[in-house]
Design a protein around this ligand. Structure first.
Ligand code: FPP
Ligand code: MG
Ligand code: MG
Length: 318
C-alpha cells in the first residue's frame, strides 16, 4: 500500500506540473502582434508528447530540494527549445505537415517560420536566465550541439562511416536536449553529481532511441502527423536505409534488392521514385533489424538507471 501511495503521489505531482507547463508554454508564446502569437502557438497547440518536460519533472524527484516553480520553468525552457528547433527543422526539411497540422512554413512561409522559431528560442533564453548562469551555460551548450548535429546531417557523412556519422548526428540533434532536460530537473532538486551524471547519460541514450524510432516510423507509418519518407526525400539516410544499403551490397542478386539499391543511389525527389523506394524499404528485412537494434539500445538505456536510488520516479523512467 505504501508503494502504491508513493506511485499515486508521483502521478499527481507530475500531472500538476505538466498542467502548469501547458499554461506557461502558451504564455511564453504570447507576442506583441496577433500574427506572431498565432504562429508561435501553432505547433505548441497542435499537440506533442511533452517528453522533455516529463523528464525534467521526473528527474527533479531525485533530490531533496526542487522548487516546483523552477521545475516548471525548466520544463518550459526545454519544450520551447524543442519546438523552436521544429520550426527551423520543417523549413530545412521542406516539411508541410507537423503534428497532423500544416507546418508553420506551409501556413505562413519560410520567413515567418524561421523568425517565430527564433522568437520561441528567445523566450526560452529569457526564462532560463531566471534559473541562473549555470543553467544558461548548459542551455547554450545544448543549443550549440543541436545546431552542429543539424549541420552534420545536412553536410552528410563524406568519407566517414555512414552509420557512425548518423549515430553522432542523432546524439547531437536529439540526445543532447533530452540529456539536458534530465540534468535540469536533477540539478534543480540538488541531486548528487553521480545522480546527475547517470540521468544525463540515460537522457542522451533514450534520446537516441527516440530518434531511431522516429526515423523508422518515417519510413513505415502513414499515421505520424508528418509526411512519410521525408528523410529519404531529403537524402537523409537513417538506420533502416543504412542497414538495407549494407544488406544489398554492390552486387545484389534479388531483383527487389537491385531495384531498391538503384533507387537509393539515385534522386528520390519525384513522388513516384519516393513511393517506390518507400514500399520496397517497408518490405525489406532491414526494417525488422532496425527495430531489433532499437529494442537493444532501449534495454541498454534502461540499464543506465541502475545507479539511481529505487523509487517511483526510477520506475516511471524504466
Ligand atoms: C528533428 O529532426 C530536428 C531536430 C531534433 C533538431 C533540429 C535542430 C535545429 C533546427 C537547430 C536548433 C534550432 C533552434 C532554434 C533551437 P527530424 O527532421 O529527423 O525530425 P521530424 O521527423 O520530427 O521532422
Ligand atoms: Mg524534420
Ligand atoms: Mg530534419
Amino acid at each position: 500500500l505504501a508503494e502504491r501511495t508513493r506511485d499515486d503521489a508521483l502521478e499527481l505531482t507530475t500531472r500538476a506540473h505538466l498542467e502548469q507547463v501547458e499554461t506557461a508554454l502558451l504564455e511564453a508564446a504570447t507576442a506583441d502582434t496577433a500574427l506572431v502569437t498565432e504562429a508561435a502557438r501553432h505547433v505548441i497547440s497542435a499537440g506533442g508528447k511533452r517528453f522533455r518536460p516529463l523528464l525534467v519533472v521526473l528527474a527533479s524527484q531525485f533530490g531533496p530540494s526542487a522548487v516546483p516553480e523552477d521545475v516548471v520553468k525548466a520544463a518550459v525552457v526545454v519544450e520551447l527549445t524543442h519546438v523552436a528547433s521544429l520550426y527551423h527543422d520543417d523549413v530545412m526539411d521542406e516539411a508541410l505537415l507537423r503534428r497532423a497540422a500544416p507546418s508553420a512554413n506551409a501556413r505562413w512561409g519560410n520567413t515567418v517560420a524561421i523568425l517565430v522559431g527564433d522568437f520561441l528560442f528567445a523566450r526560452a533564453s529569457d526564462l532560463v536566465a531566471e534559473l541562473g548562469p549555470d543553467y544558461v551555460k548548459l542551455q547554450a551548450r545544448t543549443f550549440a550541439r543541436l545546431v552542429q548535429g543539424q549541420i552534420a546531417e545536412t553536410v552528410g557523412p563524406g568519407e566517414s562511416d555512414p552509420l557512425e556519422h548518423y549515430l553522432a548526428v542523432i546524439a547531437d540533434k536529439t540526445g543532447s536536449l533530452i540529456a539536458t532536460s534530465a540534468v535540469f530537473g536533477a540539478r534543480l532538486a540538488g541531486a548528487s553529481a553521480d545522480v546527475q551524471a547517470a540521468l544525463q547519460r540515460f537522457g542522451e541514450e533514450i534520446g537516441v532511441v527516440f530518434q531511431l524510432s522516429d526515423d523508422i516510423i518515417d519510413i513505415t507509418s502513414d499515421e505520424t502527423g508528418k509526411t512519410p519518407g521525408t528523410d529519404l526525400r531529403e537524402g537523409v539516410l537513417t538506420l533502416p536505409t543504412l542497414l538495407a544499403r549494407r544488406a544489398i551490397g554492390p552486387d545484389p542478386i534479388d531483383p527487389a534488392d537491385a531495384r531498391l539499391g538503384e533507387l537509393l543511389g539515385g534522386d528520390l525527389g519525384s513522388d513516384e521514385a519516393l513511393a517506390e523506394a518507400l514500399s520496397l524499404l517497408r518490405a525489406h528485412r532491414a526494417v525488422a533489424e532496425a527495430r531489433a537494434e532499437v529494442q537493444r539500445r532501449a534495454a541498454a538505456a534502461r540499464r543506465l538507471l541502475a545507479p539511481l536510488p529505487d523509487g517511483p520516479a526510477k520506475d516511471a523512467l524504466a
